[in-house]
Design a protein around this ligand. Structure first.
Ligand code: NAG
Ligand code: NAG
Ligand code: NAG
Length: 422
């Protein structure tokens, strides 16, 4: 892949499938909420199915997913690695992936001009990204074993370029095949005392494992799961926790074996520790509850879906062994989430995105925590306060969140309604 194509990745994220507009003519029936592709970008609604072979992107301004028919000229440049992203064969991408992608892309957008310049400079000497990845690993091996202040900047630059390159599945595999995990990432994540370097290395790790099953397996085999858990348990630095959580989630999602191994040991404890820790930012706690909620749902969907898909049996068997909810309960998840909201709800009032993350998690896990939450008057007070505040808002989004909170309150406190007006 050459430089031009690489930067295409930023603007237009992926091309689903390879068979082009298979059923373009059959999609004219949109009564059933099907997506009707045209040559213009159109927003894909949440949960809406789209035909194969469309050009799909995240609109960075709106954060919405859009698709259109592939232009003739784009077919040749269709990113080879993207078909592997499309594991779900045209199903909507999971929301968490969308969020990660937007977050990463926005950060990149800021650095775009500079990176582009640096990359062009680099690229002059290499025919492919693969060669560039190999070169960066070599460069890393050449750094002195003892930390030198003078080498910090070039190290960070190399990691940043890697983070950028390794979003591509084939680049990530080149990195792994050439010893990048052992020679670049492991020493930093496990032993380096410089926080900035650890943050960068974990971003690279998140980048290369996101939606890349082969990379997930290799990263898991190198015990990054427990290393990341240790960092999440011991760090007090928000940037570090945040990059560790991102890498942690990227490693675990859609990977039941890793979920079982990592979450049954220190993993669950690490997540709950973030929730419990008073010095941790609400934003980090929001990330934690979102990951918990996603993983709980992932198992449910896997078990439900397996009824109609007998060939998914082996993966289903793995999901059955994940006792994430009991592990969460043992670690005190229900009480911890109750405490976060009860103590911090005033700070949440002007952060509706965070409220949405918490309310989604409450909804997903309420069957597990019903007995604790329904008895908690502090939680009830917190939820009702936010709900009432948002219910009087003119902002569409806050109204939506208020609606979700209302459903939660009904579910948890319906009996109370007989005594006091909600
Ligand atoms: C599909 O939607 C378009 C506009 O979005 C509308 O004009 C058209 O009548 C719809 N077709 C059907 C079959 O419902
Ligand atoms: C690493 O150092 C060796 C010896 O100094 C040199 O020959 C090689 O080109 C360097 N490799 C990279 C990738 O900088
Ligand atoms: C971390 O440091 C220890 C002690 O110096 C060393 O034995 C170990 O191999 C290092 N681990 C990595 C992954 O570099």
């Amino acid at each position: 892949m050459n430089g031009k194509q690489l930067f295409l990745v930023l603007a237009t994220v992926l091309v689903l499938g390879s068979s082009l507009q298979v059923e373009a003519t059959e999609t004219t029936d949109n009564k059933t909420g099907q997506f009707v592709p045209t040559k213009e970008w159109q927003v894909i609604n949440e949960g809406q199915a789209i035909p194969k072979g469309l050009h799909v992107r995240i609109n960075l301004q709106t954060g919405l997913k859009e698709a259109k028919l592939l232009d003739e000229s784009e077919r040749g440049t269709a990113l080879q690695s993207s078909q592997t992203i499309d594991e779900t064969d045209g199903e909507p991408l999971p929301l968490d992936y969308k969020k990660d992608l937007i977050e990463a892309s926005q950060r990149h957008a800021k650095e775009y001009v500079e990176l582009r310049k640096a990359y062009k400079e680099f690229q002059k000497n290499f025919r492919t990204d693969g060669e560039l990845v190999v070169q960066l690993i070599g460069q890393y091996r050449n750094f002195s074993k003892n930390p030198l202040e003078s080498e910090l900047k070039p190290k960070l630059d190399a990691l940043e370029t890697l983070e950028f390159l390794l979003h591509q599945i084939d680049n990530a595999l080149v990195f792994i095949d050439n010893g990048g995990l052992d020679d670049v990432l492991l020493p930093i994540v496990v032993n380096d005392t410089n926080t900035a370097l650890r943050v960068s290395a974990m971003r690279v790790l998140g980048s290369l494992t996101s939606n890349n099953p082969k990379a997930q397996i290799k990263v898991f085999e190198k015990s990054f799961g427990s290393h990341l858990s240790q960092i999440i348990i011991s760090s007090t630095n928000t940037a570090e926790i945040s990059s560790a959580l991102h890498a942690f989630g990227a490693l675990l999602r859609k990977f039941p074996l890793a979920q079982k191994r990592v979450l049954s040991t220190s993993g669950t404890q690490a997540l709950i520790r973030v929730l419990r820790s008073p010095e941790m930012e609400l934003r980090s706690k929001g990330k934690v509850v979102t990951l918990i909620s996603d993983l709980v749902q992932e198992k449910r969907f896997a078990l439900e879906g397996s009824k109609d898909m007998p060939d998914a049996a082996s993966s289903t068997a793995q999901y059955v062994l994940i006792e994430f909810e009991p592990w969460l309960e043992t670690q005190g998840y229900c009480r911890a989430l109750d405490d976060v909201l009860s103590k911090d709800f005033l700070h949440l009032l002007d952060q509706p995105e965070l409220v949405e993350q918490f309310s989604t998690a409450i909804w997903t896990t309420q069957s597990m925590c019903h007995s604790v939450w329904s008895q908690s008057s502090a939680l009830r007070h917190a939820l009702l306060t936010i709900r009432n505040r948002y219910a009087n808002s003119k902002d569409e989004y806050r109204l939506e969140v208020s609606h979700a909170l209302n459903n939660i309150c009904k579910r948890l406190y319906d009996k109370a309604k007989q005594h006091t007006e909600l």
